[in-house]
Design a binder for this molecule. Sequence first.
Ligand code: NAI
Ligand code: MG
Length: 332
Amino acid sequence: MSHEIAVIEGDGVGQEVVPAALEVVEAFDIGFEFVSADAGDATKEATGEALPAETYDLAAAADATLFGAAGETAADVILPLRDAVDSFVNVRPATAYPGVDALRPETDVVFLRENTEGVYAGHEDRLSEDLSTLTRVVTSSASRELAEYACDFVEDGRGPAGGPEDGFTVAHKANVMRETDGRFREEVLAVADERGVDADEELMDAFATKLPLDPGQYGVVVCPNLAGDVLSDLAAGLVGGLGLLPSANVGHDNALFEPVHGTAPDIAGEGIANPTAAILSAAMLLEYLGYVEEGQRVRDAVEGVLSDGPRTGDLGGDATTEEVTAAIVERL
Ligand code: NAI
Ligand code: MG
């Protein structure tokens, strides 16, 4: 049975890099059924809603979604879309590729970020002129679910080398947030122990120093929501640019794939956006749907082009999005 893929380009360079990613996927002739839907700033202007109900429903019903980026309405689009696919983990690889001028060429880490709770659970209040509060939510169930995913991930050999052998590092701040991060730490380490997976731990502030100093010591990193957001962006800075970083929001029986970057308004419409992040997001989508060999072939083709060119302007070249995409398809 053919898989239905929701395609949401969104705004800005989303409209350039998502078609590039589709061109790469279509090179395989798998017979996916692509269904496009609107979201973002332009959609809000036209319809009054950044994320129309049809788009939410389409993402919820599809087998997977490929999303580009939304502009000012990003939070109104991506947070509900993560909910539409029931995503409990945000997978964010940061890999420095040969041929790319990375700050830390030895960086090869994958963040597995809790995607539903922590300080992003939405319980914020303005209680008075002077006082605002935020309630942090941590459940054993979400922590354990993330940890089970992390165990599967390393057992399947999907993690990079580094970190505890065939295991993962959990980053937290349980020495201060004893109840919330304490629970998170305890549950994640308990699941690793039950599953016989190696896990070690780092306090997240110390981790933020050690990662840029010596990224080679880390592989798979499991973290609470906010920590995963910040630390994975830190890692992005080590590997040479936003145009390279894919991500996956994985749910129980659905998932959404998106480049980490936004709409890049400074270059949007010029046809010069780097399609790599979107194409690697599509590789993650292929792997998620069981097309592991195809996903690997996309990765190999992308790595070849990053190494030999052509390259877009953000990587020091002068190629267009279309030229880079064509070079990747050619290698497939
Ligand atoms: P951005 O990621 O759009 O751009 C930051 C810088 O990186 C810019 O100089 C841009 O040209 C460059 N860049 C980004 N993607 C690139 C690509 N594929 N190729 C070459 N260069 C690339 O982040 P910024 O400027 O902070 O945000 C712009 C808009 O995007 C905002 O409206 C923001 O709300 C939205 N945004 C949306 C996200 C989403 O939909 N998930 C994520 C981040 C930002
Ligand atoms: Mg972020």
